[in-house]
Structures are given as C-alpha cells and as structure tokens.
Write a protein that binds this ligand. Structure first.
Ligand code: KG4
Ligand code: ZN
Length: 355
C-alpha cells in the first residue's frame, strides 16, 4: 500500500511516499527558511506563498523518487493542524483536489502526533509510552495508553525551540537558533552561568521565558556583547556580578552562554521526562519534534533512560524536523483503524492532540 504524505504546517513544503508502514520510498522537503532569515523568524505570509509555489513541484519529485505513478497512490495523508493557517490551507486544498481527481481516500492528521509517530517507521509502537514533544511551537509531556493520549503538562509560555531561536537572536546568531547553538555549546563551559529554575503549578509544565530574559540581561551587562543587543534594558545586578568573573571576550562569552543555556534547559526537560515515566509507571519514552535533533538532549536522555531501565525512542536525524514521511506514517495507522476524513475537513491552527 502506498501512502502519500503532505506536510505544510509552517515554512516547509514536504511530500513523501511510504510503502506500507515501514518503507520510506521518498521524502522531499522544500524549505523557505532562507526567505525568513532577514526577519529573524518565520513570516506567515511568506511561508504560505512558498507552500503554494512549491507544492506541485515537491509532489512530482516525491512520486519520481519513489518510482510510482500517481494512480498507484492508495491513501493521501495531510497535516490539518496545528500550525500556520495559510500554510496548512495550501496542503489541505492540494490534498483534497488530488483525492477528488484520483478517487483516493484522504485523511487529515495532527502534526504533533506525527512527530512522535516518526519513531514507528523503524520501531514497533509500544502499547504505552511517555511522549515528549520538543519543537519550535510545542513542549509537552503526554502519556499514551489504551490508544489514547493524555496531556500531562506543557509549556506555559515559550516552546523550547522558540527559546533557542530567541536566545540565538539575542546573541546575534541568526535563525533558526537551535542547530547553531547546539554546535557552539559543545565548545563552551556549561557551568559558566547558572539560571534560576522556574516554578510552575503543574509538575509536568515547562517555562522558558524566564531564562530567555536572564540571557538578555547577561548580554546587556556584558561589555563585549553590547554591540549585539537589540534594545537597551536596565542592567541586572546579578548579571553584572556574574559577568565580572568572565574574560572580556565576546566569543568566549557567547560559547559559554550557549553551553550553560543548553545544559540548563535540557536538564529541566530530561528531569521532567524521567519523573513522568516514574510517576505514570510507563517505561517507554518516545521523543519527537525539531529539538529532538539536539545532541545534548539525545545523550542525556539516553543515559538517564539506561540508568533507570527505560526504553527510549528518538527519530533518526532526517525525521526530527518537519517532514511528510511522519504524516504518511500516522495517516497509514489511522486508516488501518478504519478512519478517513471528508472534504469538509478544515485547517485547524490550534488542533490539540487526541482531537
Ligand atoms: O519540529 P520543527 O521542525 O518545527 C515545528 O513544528 O516547530 O522544530 C523547529 C525547531 C526550531 O525552533 C529549531 O531551532 C529547533 O527546532 N532545532 C533545534 C535543533 N535543531 C532544530 N533546537 C536545538 N538543537 C538542535 N540541534
Ligand atoms: Zn514540527
């Protein structure tokens, strides 16, 4: 069975062909990232225009790479949310038109759930697991059991990827910030700066806006970083005191800040994930989302899971960021359970998991 996956939830336009549940025949991605860089983040209007320009070409390429004709497609799976409404709308409209003209079934899927599902292309899906979503738009912990997701906690402000992107912007490192900060962090001292752990009401909730402000204050207080800052701010006393101990060198400062930021936020995420696994008494941990490419997160989670006798699934690098193979995989499993969507299906920018 051939499933065509279509993903247009943000700045990527992607199509993939999946044979049955395990074999990715093609996984084509066209990104509009370069067009957003000068703005320091994704501009929704530019993203949706790119999706419109790219979708047909990406689709043709995916079929060509998979070596199948469009008549051989058995199922069309498409992202219906969450994400940017304009971009999702392009993918859904394309999928509906294709479904109508080919006479093939269509299924709309949840992008976030698909990030977790990416793991099940090469691994068996466990009956129960703790799902950790770490992406540019979401940071959540979920418990999956009896075919049902329960939300245990989520970020109350910025998502983890968003925090990386904002800190990178403060440091003048460009967009997206995650991959570059991950690289730089490996050359810095993770103990150079310490940050206050935020307190949230829910024990599995997250908060990353405080650490972002702390980084901003540190930069404001650093003589070597003043040229990088985007706006002036009152200097924080704590930040000034910390900075006294550092060499007056912006490169060292930035490397140490990246390393300390990374060590801190990854530490918080790993700690809560392991706690969720223990509290819910679920030994499988499944991770998904763009930040699952992070080297420190992968290493720390692997170590902790091993020490605690837990089984960890993290996607292969090429399946960590937005792609259509994960959409096809989720569409396939829903279809096998007897589900399809109608042409009434609409883009839902704030779609929740389990909806
Ligand atoms: O899942 P994704 O591709 O898009 C969303 O659905 O949001 O995630 C993109 C996010 C960006 O914020 C990017 O900075 C972050 O993932 N990211 C990383 C790394 N690679 C990508 N963050 C930290 N470390 C990385 N290696
Ligand atoms: Zn995503």
């Amino acid at each position: 069975m051939y499933t065509l996956g279509i993903e247009t939830s943000c700045d990527e336009t992607a199509c993939a062909v999946l044979k049955d549940d395990k074999q990715i025949l093609s996984n084509v991605i066209s990104s509009s990232l370069a067009r957003h860089q000068e703005f320091g983040g994704v501009v929704p209007e530019i993203a949706s225009r790119h999706c419109l320009e790219a979708i047909d070409l990406v689709y043709q390429k995916a079929l060509e790479k998979a070596g199948i004709s469009q008549e051989q497609i058995d199922l069309i799976a498409v992202t219906r949310g969450p994400g940017l409404i304009g971009s999702i709308f392009i993918g859904i409209s394309f999928a509906k038109a294709l479904s109508f003209s080919l006479g093939k079934p269509i299924i709309g899927v949840n992008h976030i759930e698909a990030h977790l599902e990416a793991n099940f292309i090469s691994n068996r899906k466990p009956n129960s697991f703790i799902g950790l979503i770490v992406s540019g738009g979401h940071t959540s912990l979920l418990a999956f059991r009896r075919n049902h997701y329960e939300l245990l906690g989520e970020t109350i402000d910025d998502a983890i990827g968003e925090a990386y992107d904002k800190v990178a912007k403060i440091l003048g490192l460009g967009y997206p910030g995650g991959p570059i900060m991950d690289k730089l962090a490996q050359k810095g001292n993770p103990k150079a700066f310490s940050f206050t752990k935020p307190k949230q009401e829910g024990k599995f909730d997250f908060s990353f806006s405080g650490i972002k402000t702390a980084v901003l204050n540190l930069c404001e207080a650093s003589p070597s970083m003043r040229g990088t800052k985007r706006r002036s701010n009152p200097q924080s006393e704590i930040a000034s005191a910390l900075i006294e101990t550092l060499p007056r060198n912006d490169e060292r400062f930035a490397l140490d800040l990246c390393a300390s930021f990374q060590e801190t936020v990854i530490g918080w995420i790993v700690e809560k994930t392991i706690l969720a696994s223990k509290t819910e008494n679920i030994k499988n941990i499944v991770v998904g989302g763009g930040v699952s490419a992070n080297s420190r997160l992968r290493k720390r989670l692997a170590e902790e899971a091993q020490q605690n006798g837990m089984k960890l699934l993290i996607p292969a690098f090429e399946l960590t960021t937005d792609n259509a193979a994960m959409i096809a995989r989720l569409g396939y499993s829903l279809y096998k359970k007897g589900k399809t969507s109608s042409y009434q299906m609409m883009a839902d920018p704030s779609l929740r998991i389990g909806a």
